[in-house]
Design a protein around this ligand. Structure first.
Ligand code: ADP
Length: 633
C-alpha cells in the first residue's frame, strides 16, 4: 500500500495545532474587488460624516449658548449695577451739597435766577450747565428754601451716555466682544455713543434675545436698575455677527476635524484592506485545510522539533484509538507507544513528493491497549518539525501472515506423504520381483493411506476456500444426533490403538437437531480426530450429548496435551497451530478447527474449548434443537 507524503500547505493552524504555513500558501487577491471596496467604504463613511455634521452643529450651538451665558454672567455679577447706583447716588449727593452751598443760596436770595443746573460726571464731579437738560439722563432736583419759602432749585443731572457706560464697563471688567449699554425709551447708550433701537426693545429681559440697534444685530440680556431708574435697563450685548462667526467657526472646526478623521479612517481601511483580505483568505484556507484534514482517510500528525505532538487528526484518532486531547501538546515519546523504535524506522522526506517509491513507506507495529496495529507510515520535514501520514495496514498484514503460514504449513504437510508415496512407488517399481507378497501389500497400503491423507488435505483447503467465499451449501433439516454420535464413535474406534478407549454418554431421550447432518458429522469427526491426534499416550476419549435451553450440546473430551489458556481462542483461526514447526511430530494443516467453527456458525451454533494444559481438553459445540420432545422416564 503506497502512501503519498502529505502536502504541508494543507495543514490547519489551530491554536494548539500550530504549524507554520509553507511558502506555497496561495497568494490571495491583492485587494478586494474595486467597486465592492468603494461601496463598502462609502457605506462606512456615510454614517460617520452624518455624525461629524451633527457634532459640528452641536459645537456651534454650544458656542451660542456660551455667548448667552457670558452675557447673563456679566449682569448677574452685579458689578455694573452697583457702579450705576453709586453714580446716581453721587449725583444726588452733589445736588444736596450744592443746595447747601452758601454762594448758591446767595444766588437765589439775590433773585438772579430761580434754577441752577449742573451736569454730573460718573465720577461725581459737577459742572455748570446752561443748556436744556437732556432727555436721557438721571435728574436730581433739590429745592433751596429760605424762611419757609422756596427761593430756588438746584438741578444736577447725570447723562446716560458713553461716559457712564464706560464707567460701568470698567467696574464690571467687561472687555473684548461683549459690551455694556443702557437702554432708555427706545435708545441704547453704549460706550461709543447712543443709537436707536430698531427692533427687539420689547423682548429685552433677563433671557437672551435678539435686538437691532443702529442697523446692527445684537444678542442681548438686560437687567432692571430699580424703580428709581424708571424704564432704564442695563444691557449686556454682543454683536450677533460675532457670535455667528464664532459659532460657525466652531461648527466647521468640528465638522472639518470629523471629516478629516473619516477620511483618515477610509484611507487606513483602504490601505489595510489587502491584508484584511489576505487574513480572511488565509483563514478560509486554514478552515478548509482543517476540514480536509478532519475528513482525510490517512492519519496525519505533526511532531515539532522538540518531539512534541502539535496536531493529531481525526483519522489518526480513529485508527489508533488515541484521542487528540490526550496526545496533543505532549511529547510523542510519552504518548505513542514505542515511538523511539518507530522514529528510527520511518523514512522522512525533505519535500512532499520526495518519497515516491512504494518501498519508502515503512510498515511498523503499534501496540495500543493490548491491540496490535500495523501502520504504513512516511514523514515530511517542515521548517518547525515533521509531519507524518500513516494508514492502517493491519488487515493487509494479517493476510500476508496467513499467506506465509499457508505456504509453510501446506508445503510441510505435502512433503511427508509425497515422500512416502514416492518411496513406496519406487520400491515397487525397482524391486517388485524381490519383494514378498506381504511387503508389496504393505507398500500398496502405505500408498493408499498417504494418498488419502493428501486427498483429505486438498479437501480441507477446498472447504476452507468455500467457507471463505460463502459458496458452501449447508442444508438445515431435523436429524437424529444420537445416531450421528454413535457412528462417529464407531469410526474412531477403528482408528485407535489399544491404549485409547472411546466412550459415549447420551441421554435416553433426545430431540431432533436442526442442521446439516453431514456437516455436523464432519465437525464431530474432526474433533474426535484431534482428540486422538493430541493424546499421544492414549487415554479415554468421551463423546457426549446434552440438551439444554433449546440447544443440543456435543462434547468431545480427551486426556491429552491440552491447550494453554492464552491460545484457546486462537486455535480456531485459520492455519493457527500450537506447534507450527511440527516439533512434536504431530502433523496438521491448522485448518481443522477453523472449518469446524465456520460450519457450526453456518448452522446457527457456536463452538468453544475448555482445557487445562496437561489435563486434556473438552471441545463443545451446540446447535439449535428442531423440536421439543417430552422427556419420558
Ligand atoms: P491441525 O490440523 O493442526 O490439527 P486444527 O485446526 O485442527 O489444526 O487445530 C489447531 C491447533 O489446535 C492444533 O495445531 C493443536 O495445537 C490444537 N488442538 C486442536 N485440538 C486439540 C486437542 N484436542 N488437544 C490439544 N490441542 C489441540
Amino acid at each position: 500500500m503506497k502512501l503519498q507524503a502529505p502536502v504541508t500547505s494543507a495543514l490547519p493552524l489551530r491554536a494548539r495545532n500550530r504549524v507554520e504555513s509553507s511558502s506555497r500558501e496561495p497568494e490571495p487577491e491583492a485587494r478586494p474587488g474595486g467597486l465592492r471596496l468603494i461601496v463598502a467604504l462609502l457605506l462606512l463613511a456615510a454614517p460617520l460624516v452624518v455624525a461629524a455634521w451633527g457634532l459640528g452643529n452641536y459645537a456651534g450651538q454650544r458656542e451660542r449658548n456660551n455667548a448667552d451665558n457670558w452675557l447673563a454672567g456679566i449682569l448677574s455679577s452685579g458689578a455694573a449695577g452697583g457702579a450705576y447706583h453709586r453714580a446716581v447716588a453721587d449725583t444726588a449727593n452733589a445736588a444736596n451739597r450744592l443746595a447747601h452751598h452758601r454762594r448758591v443760596q446767595l444766588h437765589f436770595l439775590r433773585g438772579t435766577s430761580r434754577t441752577l443746573v449742573w451736569k454730573a460726571t460718573p465720577e461725581g464731579r459737577v459742572t455748570h450747565w446752561f443748556a436744556a437738560v437732556p432727555r436721557e439722563a438721571v435728574v436730581k432736583t433739590v429745592n433751596v428754601v429760605s424762611k419757609g419759602r422756596t427761593v430756588g432749585q438746584v438741578v444736577v443731572f447725570l447723562p446716560l451716555d458713553g461716559a457712564l457706560v464706560q464707567r460701568l464697563t470698567q467696574a464690571a471688567h467687561v472687555s473684548g466682544r461683549q459690551q455694556l449699554a443702557l437702554a432708555t425709551g427706545g435708545s441704547l447708550a453704549g460706550a461709543a455713543g447712543t443709537q436707536r433701537i430698531d427692533s427687539g426693545a420689547r423682548t429685552l429681559g433677563p433671557s437672551p434675545s435678539d435686538i437691532r440697534a443702529g442697523g446692527v444685530g445684537y444678542r442681548a440680556v438686560s437687567a432692571d436698575l430699580g424703580r428709581a431708574a424708571g424704564d432704564t435697563k442695563l444691557v449686556a450685548l454682543e454683536s450677533s455677527s460675532t457670535i455667528d462667526a464664532k459659532a460657525s467657526s466652531a461648527e466647521w472646526r468640528v465638522i472639518g476635524l470629523g471629516i478629516g478623521l473619516v477620511a483618515a479612517l477610509l484611507a487606513l481601511a483602504y490601505a489595510v484592506s489587502p491584508s484584511i483580505a489576505r487574513t480572511r483568505v488565509s483563514k478560509e484556507e486554514r478552515e478548509r485545510s482543517e476540514r480536509v484534514l478532519a475528513h482525510v482517510g490517512d492519519g496525519v500528525f505533526l511532531v515539532d522539533r522538540d518531539g512534541v505532538i502539535r496536531l493529531w487528526n481525526a483519522a489518526a484518532e480513529a485508527i489508533t484509538g488515541l484521542r487528540s486531547d490526550a496526545i496533543c501538546d505532549r511529547p510523542a515519546e510519552q504518548t505513542i507507544p514505542g515511538w523511539g523504535a518507530i522514529l528510527a524506522r520511518v523514512p522522512v522526506a525533505r519535500r512532499p513528493g520526495d518519497v515516491d517509491d512504494a518501498s519508502s513507506a515503512e510498515t511498523v507495529p503499534l501496540e495500543v491497549d493490548g491491540r496490535e496495529i500495523w501502520l504504513s507510515i512516511v514523514g515530511v520535514r517542515l521548517a518547525d518539525g515533521t509531519v507524518y501520514a500513516f494508514r492502517d495496514v493491519t488487515r493487509e498484514r494479517r493476510l500476508e501472515e496467513l499467506r506465509s503460514q499457508f505456504v509453510a504449513t501446506i508445503s510441510h504437510e505435502l512433503r511427508t506423504p509425497l515422500a512416502s508415496l514416492h518411496g513406496a512407488a519406487m520400491t515397487l517399481l525397482e524391486r517388485e520381483h524381490d519383494l514378498s507378497g506381504q511387503t508389496q501389500h504393505d507398500l500398496l497400503d502405505m500408498i493408499a493411506v498417504q494418498s488419502k491423507r493428501l486427498a483429505n488435505l486438498v479437501e480441507e483447503i477446498l472447504l476452507a476456500g468455500q467457507l471463505d467465499s460463502g459458496s458452501l451449501r449447508v442444508v438445515m433439516e431435523p436429524f437424529d444426533p444420537e445416531e450421528l454420535v454413535w457412528t462417529a464413535a464407531a469410526a474412531a474406534r477403528l482408528r485407535v490403538g489399544d491404549d485409547t478407549t472411546i466412550d459415549v454418554s447420551i441421554p435416553a431421550v433426545l430431540p431432533k437437531v436442526a442442521g446439516d447432518p453431514e456437516r455436523t458429522r464432519q465437525v464431530l469427526t474432526n474433533l474426535v480426530d484431534n482428540a486422538i491426534k493430541y493424546s499421544p499416550t492414549g487415554g479415554r476419549i468421551r463423546l457426549g450429548l446434552e440438551v439444554d435451553d433449546g440447544h443440543a450440546r456435543f462434547t468431545v473430551r480427551d486426556e491429552g496435551l491440552g491447550i494453554p489458556l492464552g491460545e484457546q481462542k486462537r486455535i480456531f483461526e485459520k492455519f493457527y497451530r500450537l506447534d507450527p514447526d511440527h516439533r512434536r511430530g504431530v502433523g496438521g494443516s491448522g485448518l481443522g478447527l477453523y472449518i469446524c467453527r465456520e460450519l457450526v456458525r453456518s448452522m446457527n451454533g457456536r463452538i468453544w474449548v475448555d482445557s487445562d494444559p496437561g489435563e486434556g481438553a473438552t471441545f463443545t459445540f451446540e446447535l439449535p434443537i428442531a423440536e421439543r420432545v417430552a422427556a419420558t422416564a
